[in-house]
Design a protein around this ligand. Structure first.
Ligand SMILES: Nc1ncnc2c1ncn2[C@@H]1O[C@H](COP(=O)(O)OP(=O)(O)O)[C@@H](O)[C@H]1O
Ligand SMILES: O=P(O)(O)OC[C@H](O)CO
Length: 485
């Protein structure tokens, strides 16, 4: 008996079949096109998200599958026709900044404090609410049709569930709902006040269910298979890393970096511009997290490859960092799309500091790897200010970039915390596979699942205090300089 986890990400759709012992048995993956129609705009064809998902799921499907779990890129916004299932616009991706002016106008009206109080988020174009309002305003006739109940909104989970169930289920889960700016984080339901603030009609919204709720069944692949697990990808990784206790912290390094700190069963509000988010809601009980989101992590390594052309493959950066001149201290602030948490400066742009005549590709590659550690340090300091001094003493990491030993060692050095890398790096898929498999009685409870977490390698901090302090101070100055340019 097995479970399929669908992981619909920003650059590819993946499906992994997990066996009765939660070991991955089969994997399929497909990339799809990214559209950049204007500066700062990022779109996907919603049909591509669905078609690639359908194909990879079919590839790993067999008669042993007892449940499907869905985890997804969050905040990305789709609006479609209830009757035909046709999207009325391309999906607007989480990275898209087109609603920056709308957010600035709302802030100018003094509404941010109230928005944060209700949703735990900030008035930033990152979240779905202003993207949805943009589609309703810009697509001809959309607002009237939405008010008449003809249109449906969904984040990517909802869009996939709708297609998997052939239009029978219009639902989302709490971890995705809480990223829309339309969700009352205390009440655990849509907020009429936020709907009014962002001018969104309630009729378009999906029903919100628990992560291990019943999301219907699909008959597209043969016998009916229930969809019994749904969670946003960063929350699914938190579950996959078994961060079930308050104070446990995971950090995922893919294109961007997302660190989630379990804060227990009451939402904690940040004084340091971190986000309050639902970590998971299982069996009717909500667990919350503080989240720090950084937009550029592995993407800095992609830039070395695709922008500068100084590496052919990401893994070459490890050898280059080892070769780099230790006396040079080149620093990269990779604010390529502005600064995310805890700074939130959309107009900041990146910079390299400390260049000399001797600076070459090796030093720049090392700086790119280290930039991820420095940015995480900013998140951990914010979490410590909010949650207490020993936060970050242990960080559980996952995602493609954690394959880089020098990046992980520097992360430990600069944060002064221990960095634990598990044997399974596909923690996002694992998390939602466990939720779905547990819901149908195939997998053990949280305790049994947590006991299976296995360490690949720990990175212990080895930098002395004085050096850490000096480097931290230099980083702070570099970020301050980048903000102002
Ligand atoms: N050995 C490595 N060293 C440094 N960076 C790496 C390495 N392997 C992968 N990466 C980076 O990790 C990212 C891919 O991670 P992944 O978790 O697949 O991302 P996503 O899910 O966001 O597409 C890429 O940005 C890539 O540059
Ligand atoms: O698709 P990923 O893995 O880059 O994750 C995207 C995040 O969910 C955005 O908030």
């Amino acid at each position: 008996m097995s479970v399929i986890a669908i992981d619909q990400g920003t650059t590819s759709s993946r499906a992994i079949r997990f066996g009765p012992d939660l070991a991955p048995e089969a994997t399929a993956q497909e990339e799809f096109e990214q559209y950049f129609p204007a500066s700062g705009w990022v779109e996907h064809e919603a049909a591509d998200l669905w078609e690639t998902t359908r194909r990879v799921t079919a590839e790993v499907m067999d008669s042993s599958v007892r449940a499907i779990g869905i985890t997804n890129q969050r905040e990305t916004t789709v609006v479609w026709d209830r009757r035909t299932g046709e999207p009325i616009h391309r999906a607007i991706v989480w990275q898209d900044r087109r609603t920056a002016d709308r957010c600035a106008a709302l802030k100018k009206e003094g509404l941010e404090e109230r928005a944060t109080e209700v949703t735990g988020l900030l008035l930033d174009p990152y979240f779905s609410g202003t993207k949805l309002a943009w589609i309703l305003d810009e697509v001809e006739g959309a607002r009237e049709r939405a008010e008449a109940g003809e249109l449906l909104f969904g984040t990517v989970d909802t869009w996939l569930i709708w297609n998997l169930t052939e239009g029978r289920v219009h639902a989302t889960d709490h971890t995705n709902a809480c990223r829309t700016l339309l969700y009352d984080i205390r009440a655990g339901d849509w907020s009429d006040e936020m709907l009014e603030m962002l001018d969104v009609p309630r009729a378009v919204l999906p029903e919100i269910r628990d992560c291990d709720g019943d999301f219907g069944e699909t008959t597209l692949f043969g016998d009916p298979v229930p969809i019994r697990g749904v969670a946003g990808d960063q929350q699914a990784a938190t579950v996959g890393q078994a961060c079930f206790e308050p104070g446990m912290l995971k950090s995922t390094y893919g294109t961007g970096c997302f660190a989630l700190l379990n804060t227990g069963d009451a939402p904690q509000f940040s004084k340091s511009r971190l986000l309050t988010t639902v970590a998971y809601r299982l069996g009717g009980r909500t667990t919350y997290a503080l989240e720090g989101a950084i937009f550029i992590a592995g993407a800095a390594v992609q830039w070395l490859r695709d922008g500068l052309g100084i590496v052919e493959a990401a893994h070459e950066t490890a050898r280059m960092a080892a070769r780099a001149d230790p006396k040079q201290d080149v620093l990269l602030v990779p604010a390529f799309t502005g600064l995310g948490a805890p700074h939130w400066v959309p107009e900041a742009r990146g910079a390299l500091f400390g260049l000399t005549r001797g600076t070459g590709r090796d030093e720049v590659a090392k700086a790119a790897l280290e930039s991820v550690g420095y940015q995480t340090l900013d998140l951990i300091r914010a979490m410590q200010a909010d949650h207490g001094g020993d936060t970050g003493a242990v960080i559980r990491v996952d995602g493609g970039m954690t394959a880089s030993d020098p990046a992980m060692q520097f992360l430990a050095d600069i944060t002064g915390g221990r960095v634990d890398r598990p044997t399974i790096l596909e923690t996002t898929a694992l998390g939602v596979a466990w939720i779905a498999g547990h819901a149908v009685g195939l997998y053990p409870g949280a305790e049994g699942f947590a006991a299976r977490w296995a360490l690949d390698r720990s990175f212990e901090p080895a930098m002395d205090e004085a050096e850490r302090a000096a480097r931290t101070e230099r980083w702070d100055r570099a970020v301050a300089a980048t903000r102002g340019v």
